[in-house]
Design a protein around this ligand. Sequence first.
Ligand code: ADP
Ligand code: MG
Length: 259
Amino acid sequence: MSTPFLSVKKLNKTFPNGVQALRDVSFDVQKGEFLVVIGLSGSGKSTLMRCLNRLQTPTSGEIIFEGSDIGKFQRPEQVRSLRRKMGMIFQHFNLIPRQSVMKNVLMGTLGIKKTWPSLFGMFSPQDKAEALKNLKLVGISEKAHLRADQLSGGQKQRVAIARALMQNPTLLLADEPVASLDPATCHVVMDYLKKINQELGITVVANLHFLSLVRKYATRVVALKEGQIVFTGKPEEITQEWFQKIYGEGTQDVAPDIF
Ligand code: ADP
Ligand code: MG
């Protein structure tokens, strides 16, 4: 078998307050996968994602990416160059509300630029063309000159996707990308993530809450419970029994929509 795109081995993260957020987490991600991480709130999904892009430092274990153990990266320039390869999308979009959509997307180049002009909002024509191309890709180029705070939630998340694409990532990490959106809008945003995965060949790792979305979009699933992996497999393999193991007995009665 070929070398995995990303390999997580016996990853542990214990916070200074003693919380063990991740315990011996091991899994591989193959290039081109759309891997979805599921689990109850507090199960460690965000911590895992933050270890992958090194917003957090793992306590022990390995994260092998492009031949290096990136979990051990310490020098700021190593971590910066790593983050350039990983686009991030967040639940609350993290746009700058009073700036234009275009400016928000152009901000995505800041991580890959060393030039001062870009810091003062002087972006090159090539950057602007690239931003417009990415806005077109998520079907929202006609909003380029609106202020970000004039958009709906779904539109904001599409802008955030366009921004993430500005750094030409090989991996897109999405932490609950649709958790703030209504069900219909969820599908629109997820469809764009799928398009990016399939058409641009960008590997996606996303945390998702609803199993219906997992079934529709994930090529493979990892389930966390109290910081440990309790399931790895294809979405269609998550039976009622597995669901109860992952989410706990009786969960379906209180949250039938997750299933
Ligand atoms: P999820 O994203 O699945 O809801 P998190 O990764 O956010 O889970 O949290 C996992 C556990 O780690 C929780 O118990 C949470 O309270 C704890 N935790 C997360 N971040 C920190 C932190 N910075 N300091 C201490 N504990 C944390
Ligand atoms: Mg979380």
